[in-house]
Design a protein around this ligand. Structure first.
Ligand code: GAP
Length: 499
């Protein structure tokens, strides 16, 4: 089977309404997408696996905090001052562009790894000069872009109350709600650090130029985990158990260190987490442990090792709150894209909320009073969804159609249930089977319209792992054929054996 390109996924997504541009009947304004029924199920399944891995298995907690916060929250977090991107505006047609991304796309196309890594180190003046020197044109009017690069804050503002006096903002990350509630949650008792609070929810960023479908959106979903820990504690426990650090640090992954980025010699090297810690690429062992869990999570979703790399963020590119970031990036046709941001946020956020609220964010952990440090795991759900599908879509020339090779854990349904042909008895039997599977908690849908071949094709391209067909033998002995999407082979089974 041959891997398809992103254009094929865009076609499939439109054909099967997996995702849809929002408010499209009024025209697309860019950066807003709806999830159709199949997309919604896949997205929810990714959420389910995240929750099992990072909340349930690790004994962590989950909250839901508000989408809107008063301005003071983002003064404290630093977002009002620092959360900005470089903007360049076309002098002829006034279209705005993100200057660093224009250069990134150009160098990615040329596969110039050295220049690509150089962008992160440019100041706005150098960026403007590079856009001009490269003769990059405005994609709207075709005029060469020759203008000053400025800073553009991505926060989306709103007003609270009838007089509109209180300036507020839509959250650009879910994290701040967690930081503000941390102490009150910790007070509910019995918690020993390290402990994480997670949150899944929408965030808003007024992106200058939304791009690549779900990759750069203006409203998107994050799954964030804020791990509170004592940085002086070497022997930490997770969920009351001693973690197997030997195994975790022995995990090998595709890693792009800042040194390798500067040399531009390779996309990554395959090394162990232990080596990453020893060489100082990863700020601490605790963070390395969490990265080992991310490796397993991505594998279970169905990412192949060669499509994922971990990238050390170079100093000049670090967010204002971080002492060390490791991004997880997934492969797309155009190059690697960040899907998870891991940051060592230290006590930056808790200390700043302490300062601006004039409160006390310290807690007592065992005998010790401290303001904990934080390692953050911030997952972009939409980017994970999109890059996973992009790396799962294949053309099978033998079958003559596309196959979405998803793992069962993310597939929109586990089974499609089909009557072999139009016949009332077969249809009743298939509907009964569908009901029996639903009662057993096995996700499935019934499909009767079109030839059996067309129905297999529809199931294959939407990632359904198994098809159950009720035929005339089913009416006699209660057995069905079960077709495996991976091989297209069929086996005969009793209905009760379907799991
Ligand atoms: N709390 C930290 C934080 O928000 P981030 O790196 O800005 O960090 C985390 O965002 C993740 O959110 C990214 O790794 C990416 O997957 C996703 N993300 C960021 N901006 C996005 C956008 N405009 N559209 C879709 N996903 C985005």
């Amino acid at each position: 089977m041959k891997k398809q390109n992103v254009d094929a996924l865009v076609n499939l997504a439109a054909r099967r309404a997996i995702i849809l541009p929002a408010f499209n009947i009024y025209g697309d304004i860019g950066g807003f997408y709806d999830y159709g029924p199949l997309g919604f199920r896949i997205k929810n399944n990714i959420v389910g696996e995240w929750r099992r891995t990072f909340i349930e298995s690790l004994g962590n907690l989950e909250v839901e905090t508000t989408l809107i916060s008063p301005a003071v929250v983002f003064e404290a977090s630093g977002h009002l001052k620092n959360f900005a991107d470089p903007i360049i505006t076309c002098k002829k047609c006034s279209k705005s562009h993100r200057a660093d991304k224009l250069l990134e796309e150009l160098y990615q196309k040329r596969n110039d790894l050295e220049k690509l890594s150089g962008i992160k180190k440019m100041d706005f003046k150098e960026m403007g000069a590079a856009v001009e020197a490269e003769k990059i044109k405005c994609d709207s009017c075709g005029d060469p872009l020759k203008a000053e690069v400025k800073s553009f804050n991505l926060m989306m503002g709103t007003k609270i109350g009838p007089t509109g006096d209180l300036q507020a903002y839509m959250r650009p990350e879910t994290a701040q709600g967690i930081f503000m509630d941390f102490k009150a949650i910790h007070r509910t008792g019995g918690m020993k650090l390290p402990i994480a609070i997670g949150q899944i929810g929408k965030v808003f960023r007024n992106e200058i130029s939304p791009r690549k479908i779900l990759i750069r959106m203006r409203e998107f979903t994050q799954m964030e985990l804020e791990y509170f820990f004592d940085p002086s504690e070497k022997d930490f426990q997770i969920n009351n158990r001693k973690p197997d650090m030997g195994k975790a640090l022995g995990t090998k992954l595709n890693f792009l260190s800042s040194e390798l980025q500067a040399s531009g010699k390779a996309e990554y090297e395959h090394i162990s987490l232990k080596e990453c810690v020893t060489k100082g690429y990863i700020p601490n062992e605790f963070m390395a442990y969490m990265l080992s869990i991310e490796v397993g999570f991505l594998e279970r979703l169905g990412f192949k090792q060669e499509d994922i790399r971990f990238r050390q963020i170079v100093k000049e590119e670090l967010p204002h709150y971080s002492l060390g970031n490791i991004d997880v990036e997934a492969r797309l046709d155009s190059g690697f894209e960040e899907i998870i941001g891991n940051a060592y946020r230290t006590d930056f956020d808790l200390k700043n909320h302490e300062k601006y609220s004039k409160g006390d964010m310290s807690i007592v952990n065992g005998e010790k009073k401290l303001v904990p440090h934080v390692v953050e795991l911030s997952f972009g759900l939409d980017r994970i969804f999109w890059t996973l599908l992009a790396n799962s879509l294949y053309m099978d020339d033998k079958r003559g159609w596309e196959v979405l090779d998803t793992n069962r854990v993310v597939a929109p349904y586990s089974y499609v249930v089909l009557p072999l042909q139009k016949d009332e008895k077969l249809e009743t039997q298939a509907l009964n089977i569908s009901d029996q599977l639903t009662k057993k908690g096995i996700t499935n849908y019934y499909s009767a319209s079109g030839s059996i071949g067309k129905r297999y094709a529809r199931a294959d391209e939407t990632g359904i792992p198994y098809a159950v067909t009720a035929d005339y033998q089913t009416l006699e002995d209660g057995t069905v054929t079960v077709r495996d999407r991976a091989t297209a082979e069929q086996t005969r089974k009793k209905i009760s054996e379907i799991a």
